[in-house]
Design a protein around this ligand. Sequence first.
Ligand SMILES: Nc1ncnc2c1ncn2[C@@H]1O[C@H](COP(=O)(O)OP(=O)(O)OP(=O)(O)O)[C@@H](O)[C@H]1O
Length: 354
Amino acid sequence: MTDTMTEPATDTADRQDRPEGLATEGLAVGYRTRSARGRGANRAVLSGLDLEARAGELTVLLGPNGAGKSTLLRTLCGLLPSLEGRVRIGGADLARTSPTALARRLAVVLTDRVDPGLLSVRELAGLGRHPHTGFTGRLTDADHAVVEWSLKAVGAGHLADRPAAELSDGERQRVLTARALAQEPEVVLLDEPTAFLDVPSRVALTVLLRDLARDKGLTVVVSTHDLELALRVADAVWLVDRDRHVHAGAPEDLIRSGAVADAFDADHLAFDPVSGTFGLRRTARAAVAVDAPADVLPLLERALAREGLTVAGPGDPTADRQVTWNGGDRFTLTGPGGAVVHSFHELTRAVRTW
Ligand SMILES: Nc1ncnc2c1ncn2[C@@H]1O[C@H](COP(=O)(O)OP(=O)(O)OP(=O)(O)O)[C@@H](O)[C@H]1O
């Protein structure tokens, strides 16, 4: 993905006099169930939502499995009717916006399987232009330029001539994101767009979405399980906790309030608010004195932690075992079965009996 490409012109003049972004007012989302007697009842998954996703910002929706992220996104794009309340896109009530007008303002990438038939990648991405083409559906040169730009933006330019049915999961995800960008919407909603991507591509796509929000004034709302990445890159977070309350704010607001830890801490996982990262929660069975330079120490600490050992503070009298770095990948172990080891792998195997 690159940020050096020529971008298509946006209709900013057209957008200036409209309220921007996406907002919910007293929104309840969920499902209508039907009893054996044919009576309908509402089962709300999330309710009382007064949320705002601003234009020019990347808003990330976080929450554990089953929290209601997909249900909320489907309601925000009109695929599921709201149980209560309202969704506004650019100030307009979603329920009163015609499908054609909505398609010009809102693009959606959901997790549903898409059957591209015999379409090429370029043709699949080109479907995103349909809200803008006339009744013939024919793409103009300007439309083609937007499609080429959107494919390049997501790092899929080289795939343009491939049959879309032959793409890998990660490649298809990029192309569906390109289709959404080709739509040139005001608001883009994406449900777990990074789910199938490798780590560099996850970072690249998330940063691209943030940059598009900033540079083109888009409102971008993305659900994801990439917590640490989201907390680093997002401008705003909607966090659904275990009680299905939604917390909104900058990542740092939700880290400081403890909402992130409350939502995700588990038996084996603990959120560190200082570093903003998750770590394995382990009870150390012994403390070990270490003598290693600053660039080796974090890795040594990590390897020892995996074996249930913690690094002792200076002069800790309970630390009767020691690991000393000897240069290269050599360590001298002083303790039961003391030895000189030549790699982290040998080290972890040797200290396992400590
Ligand atoms: N079609 C449906 N009818 C009734 N309940 C549903 C339906 N789809 C989902 N649910 C329920 O709604 C709740 C929220 O599901 P949802 O898929 O929105 O969660 P999610 O946060 O996207 O989860 P995940 O992270 O696992 O994708 C769950 O309890 C789920 O079982």
